[in-house]
Design a protein around this ligand. Structure first.
Ligand code: C5P
Length: 255
């Protein structure tokens, strides 16, 4: 079986405060988009994970492998070969790894005869990462807590272009650099409180944002902890940019 594993954008991203457990309390509008990795699942003689991207480890550092190990503790099913075809850039703030984990849980639940409800899958997902539960929504959700609590929203019509520079950013580093006291009040529909920290950590991002605004786009906003930007409105599309649109899934189907 083949499953698509979509990327997400954070249309707005408010960081509220740092919590006692080290995570940050956030409020963010998440949207699934039509940029996909693919995950294939086949019966095998033993559990195995392969991946098209040689830079991505296929051991317990890979969220797909961790999702498989976690699901094994919840259901009994035959050994599987999971193969991941990567297209979503990494260290981009596009949620690729989290999406892969959610897709793995969904695929394995199907394979095992649906022992878990959607809510149980979401709870399992939250053990793997803050962004994983979002992918069990229909495609548009307001996420709070450390990102794992979701309220479904009406579908959005949205098109734009994505720009991912060749360098990435590490999520924990960007959060560590975020100065909570300096965060701005919400004043635009699209904003990201992690952008200040990201631009300080990677000055080339500031120049990139200015260049993109110079192309004429109305909105140029970082997604998640970066380093990708989404651009909305009419603008001169830069070389290497990728057109995207918002997507939704049917209740009983994956994306
Ligand atoms: O939940 P996840 O494993 O994706 O988080 C990775 C890291 O990002 C955390 O260890 C933490 O440093 C940071 N983080 C945070 N606040 C959040 C989500 C993530 O500080 N709401």
């Amino acid at each position: 079986m083949l499953y698509r594993s979509p990327a997400k954008l954070n249309l707005f991203f408010k960081v509220l405060h740092k919590r006692a457990d080290g995570y940050h309390e956030i409020r963010s509008l998440y949207q699934a988009i039509d940029l996909f990795d693919t995950l294939s699942l086949e019966k095998a003689s033993q559990d195995r994970l392969t991946c098209t991207d040689p830079e991505l480890p296929t051991d317990e550092r890979n969220l797909v492998w961790r999702a498989l190990q976690l699901f094994r503790t919840k259901a009994s099913f035959a050994p599987v070969h999971l193969h991941l075809e990567k297209r979503i850039p990494m260290q981009a703030g596009l949620g690729g790894g989290s999406s892969n984990a959610a897709t793995t849980l969904w695929a394995l639940n199907r394979f095992a005869g649906e022992p878990c409800s959607l809510l149980q899958l979401q709870e399992l997902g939250a053990q793997l990462g803050s962004d994983v539960p979002f992918f069990f929504s229909r495609g548009t959700a307001l996420c709070t807590g450390r990102g794992e609590k979701l309220e479904e929203q009406e579908p959005l019509e949205l098109r734009g272009v994505l720009v991912k520079p060749p360098y990435g950013l590490s999520t924990p580093t960007v959060y560590r650099e975020t100065r909570v006291g300096e965060l701005q009040e919400i004043k635009a529909p699209y904003f990201n409180d992690l952008e200040g920290a990201a631009l300080r950590l990677e000055p080339r991002l500031k120049a990139l944002k200015e260049q993109l605004l110079g192309c004429g786009f109305q909105t140029v906003c970082m997604t998640g902890s970066g380093s990708a930007f989404f651009c909305l409105g009419d603008g001169l599309i830069p070389k290497g940019a990728l057109a995207f649109r918002a997507i939704q899934r049917e209740k009983t189907h994956w994306f």
